[in-house]
Design a protein around this ligand. Sequence first.
Ligand code: NDP
Length: 295
Amino acid sequence: MSAQIIDGNAIAEKLRVETAAEVEAMTRAGLPRPGLATVLVGERKDSQSYVGMKRKRAGELGIESFGHTLPASASQEEIESLVKELNADARVNGILVQLPLPDHIDDEKVLNAISIEKDVDGFHPLNIGRLAQKGREPLFVPCTPDGVMYLIEQTGTPFKGANAVVLGRSNIVGMPAALLLVKRDATVTICHSRSKDLAGVCRQADILVAAVGRPEMVRGNWIKPGAVVIDVGTNAVPDPTAKKGYKWVGDVCFEEAKEVAGWITPVPGGVGPMTIAMLMRNTVRAAQYAAKKLA
Ligand code: NDP
């Protein structure tokens, strides 16, 4: 059996077209363009590149972007006061503070300072808390796990009563993905570095989400035949045949898993493209929310 490939590039493109159409409809209705503010602290190359990609995508969809850069030596107070300024700026609908922040900064306090209505990354403790509570809905959901759910939805696989296994319990991927699956009535097992018999647990999964950051850890014989496999992992491994000397692989051994799974995401081209697409959708939703409040 060979799995059907979940094409994250095509699905993210469809989402971007829908998001751009919503921006267009807003401006036609005389509303201001949605605005996304990015806050980059320090000079990490990977963070600079992520922020650059987010601002580029925003521009392509007609979303205004406001870039703010602070030196790595910026103080807690300086970062929080910038966030407060952005909270008060009506042109800004979404605030994205690029993580990780330098070691001397308490990132929880910074995330806490973001207005919950502008928390388009979905990391505000209140939004996460609501995600964890029955009968409560967050205003925004973290973008990568939101993208994971969107990809599973595209397969038409029912969530209700499905056995879902999430490998990884990080604040940004594993835990919110697990909470989202519970909200959709899946029966969820969360695994981490101290879990035993990972292979045996994974073999029970109708839906398997891998977010551990360990290249090709999940082997073909860990997969239940017909399962939906979502590979969040993005790991650079040496590849002398590649121009750059490395290639990207997921947490799942794709070649083995595709022979057993029903559906599978490739790396690259699976979850990766979804994260920024979800961020753009959240920014437009924040703008729609702000416009409704003013109406
Ligand atoms: P973290 O390092 O924050 O978390 C990794 C999780 O995996 C932890 O919960 C850890 O357990 C668990 N883990 C680590 N090793 C093992 C193991 N051998 N067996 C079982 N569990 C293990 O990573 P992130 O959640 O931030 O990211 C995970 C992966 O997803 C990375 O490859 C990252 O690059 C990728 N990623 C991709 C994104 C995208 O847009 N495509 C966005 C974000 C991340 P414990 O808690 O016990 O330490």
